[in-house]
Design a protein around this ligand. Sequence first.
Ligand code: UD1
Length: 365
Amino acid sequence: MSRVVLSVVGARPNFMKLAPLARALAARSAVRHIIVHTGQHYDPEMSDAFFRDLGLPRPHANLDVGSGSHAQQTAAIMRAFEPVLLDTRPELVLVYGDVNSTVAAALVAAKLGVRVGHVEAGLRSRDWSMPEEINRVVTDRLSDLLFAPSRDAVENLRAEGLPAARIHFVGNIMIDALVAALPEARRHNSCARYGVAERGYALVTLHRPSNVDDPATLGGVLAALDQLGAERPILFPVHPRTRVRVQALGWAPRHAGLRVLQPVSYLEMLGLTLGAGLVITDSGGIQEETSYLGVPCLTVRPNTERPITCTHGTNRLVSAEREAIIAAAQEQWGHYAPNGCTIPRWDGHTAERIAAVLCEEERFD
Ligand code: UD1
């Protein structure tokens, strides 16, 4: 009889990490894979569009938890997930990344004595003011299988005393999703659809609480975009939490070149990243995607849990200040690496390695 592995996803970046693994597990009879969607992200363009574009199977259950404070959201996921776990009795619960859905599901599983596997284990920003850092550390401590995306992540886990036998250096599963989607993203012709020239525009995403929750900080970042928008087109798909804050400020772009958009689909985002002259972001995954593609990236944060994108990729950190962003954008502009960057095990085969570990075929040190 095949073993049941249950994946828990809830927020936009989880869906990209799930897709390659769902495909790899579907090809193996040793495992029956089921998916639970917590409903942390629920707007159609934050969730359904990703399930459609990534060809994800329908979830076994949707917990429909929606938004709330961290405590409310985490507690709602735990309460709703426990009966599903008791009902489905998987051998292993797989969680992804650093979102509230991840830590909530890991806590429920660990307390019921169900093994936990963490995809994207070991990343550390060492910034305890980030909710995601708390989620990462707690989830790794609760996990029996730690799937690390990079060597520095392996070192972080070892330094925290986690047993070597639990740690598997499998590589970055976001790159699997990207490699699989590239041909279709290229066919999408995103530059033409948005009427922008290849390498002639910047692409912006912002949603971190540290950048958008404080009106003065957000005002400074938007002022920088206003000024950069006078020089060249900027496409700015706005995350729902950012939209609320931007509206509260009463801000509207000063130049027609700065175009405020609804959140875009995964394929559209990839297409726009491929053609950008510069990406300005505070996302985790986009730091990785731009590095892989060789597109210059400015990350508006004081630190990153993905330092390899700065040392081996195209990423650079910048503080959330108007002048700093403008100066850094001018310096980074055009530093395109046409052959991309090579980071060990960011090769499109991470899901295969994880599936092999889950089926106890191999281990990856
Ligand atoms: C979450 C993750 C973050 C990840 C991001 C990607 C945590 C702690 N944070 O942040 O690590 O990078 O997702 O998007 O889990 N909202 C909607 N519709 C939606 C989703 C959210 O309107 O579909 C609004 C709600 O007002 C909500 C707010 O956005 O209160 C924040 O959503 P939430 O999921 O709590 O966190 P994110 O900021 O999206």
